[in-house]
Design a protein around this ligand. Structure first.
Ligand code: BJW
Length: 248
């Protein structure tokens, strides 16, 4: 039985009319067994993922970076959506003014049933040809010899967004617009350190939205949030879905 109690004000807001924006990060997949980036479990073979998730690392040693992403793909395939993913999918299904924006690349939101997902940082299941710069959904489960190759012979790279790279234009434009229009923003499982995603709750707040942070730890967003729900997303998001009158 959870000790987390939702305020009456939040209960009214989650069940009431007007656009809701949910922004998620790696913490929502933590309860599915996937490591976060900056947490204590975040190391891969003793190395900081942030040193591998860069264009510079890929340019220097593509096979090394591909080994990291091949491992991430295997972990994501083995993982199952948890109650946090399911609650978000249920809230989306119950109303047409609910938008999910995620920084995650693992595909667990879609596997939980979310249909309108704005992916800010790409997908583990997309590949991009370094020569043609065209992105394809990857239907191969096995990448074969690393690095995988495009039909044109050039290397393929993971279809994710690394530091210093632009986010998909349409996704960030739509997310910014949704932040301006949102009445309620749920920010779950992100350290709120990485921009431009971390700026979305601030945009929403400046436009009058009520911002709720769901995270066991404080982040740079905590001071701005109207309400903090301190605990795991897999416990708190189902409570919010229930308060919205939705079974997840
Ligand atoms: C739980 C939990 C549970 C645990 N329940 N919670 C403005 C100011 C300053 C800098 C910039 C700026 N604008 C742009 C920049 C530069 C840069 C940036 O933000 N740098 C900062 C770090 C300072 N941004 C970029 O380069 C972006 N591009 C860009 O803006 O292009 C234009 C431009 C370029 C250059 C200069 C200026 C403009 C691109 C960012 C790409 C980020 N890519 C990555 C890798 C993706 C591929 C992959 O997955 O491998 O995205 S980095 C990594 O961080 C990944 C994540 O999506 C992202 C965010 O991490 P997230 O999800 O928050 O995870 P964690 O681990 O940090 O946090 C987990 C949280 O969960 C914690 O708080 C836990 O407490 C919590 N938690 N269990 C709930 N059960």
């Amino acid at each position: 039985m959870s000790s987390i109690r939702l305020s009456d004000s939040l209960r009214e807001r989650i069940a009431g009319p007007g656009p809701i924006l949910a922004l998620t990060g790696a913490g929502v997949s933590a309860e599915s067994g996937l490591a976060t980036f900056r947490g204590p479990e975040g190391l891969w073979e003793g190395r900081d993922p942030m040193e591998l998730a860069t264009p510079e690392a890929f340019a220097q040693d593509p096979v090394d970076v591909w080994r990291f992403y091949a491992w991430r793909r295997r972990m994501a395939l083995q993982a199952k959506p948890n109650p946090a993913h399911l609650a978000l999918a249920a809230m989306e299904a119950a109303r047409d003014d609910f938008l999910l924006v995620t920084q995650n690349v693992d595909g667990l939101h879609e596997r939980a049933g979310s249909r309108r997902v704005l992916r800010l940082h790409g997908s583990l299941w997309w590949l991009r040809c370094v020569a043609e710069d065209a992105e394809n959904e990857d239907l191969r489960e096995d990448l074969g010899e690393l690095p995988p190759r495009c039909e044109c012979g050039a290397m393929l790279r993971p279809g994710v967004v690394w530091f210093g790279e632009s986010l998909p234009h349409e996704a960030i434009e739509t997310a910014s617009r949704a932040a301006h229009e949102a009445r309620l923003v749920l920010v779950a499982g992100t350290s709120s350190l990485v921009y431009p995603a971390a700026g979305l709750p601030g945009i929403a707040s400046a436009s009058g939205a009520y911002v709720v942070e769901i995270n066991p730890e404080r982040t740079p967003l905590s001071a701005l949030a109207d309400e903090r729900l301190e605990g795991p997303a897999g416990e708190i998001l189902p409570l919010l879905a229930e308060a919205a009158g939705v079974a997840s």
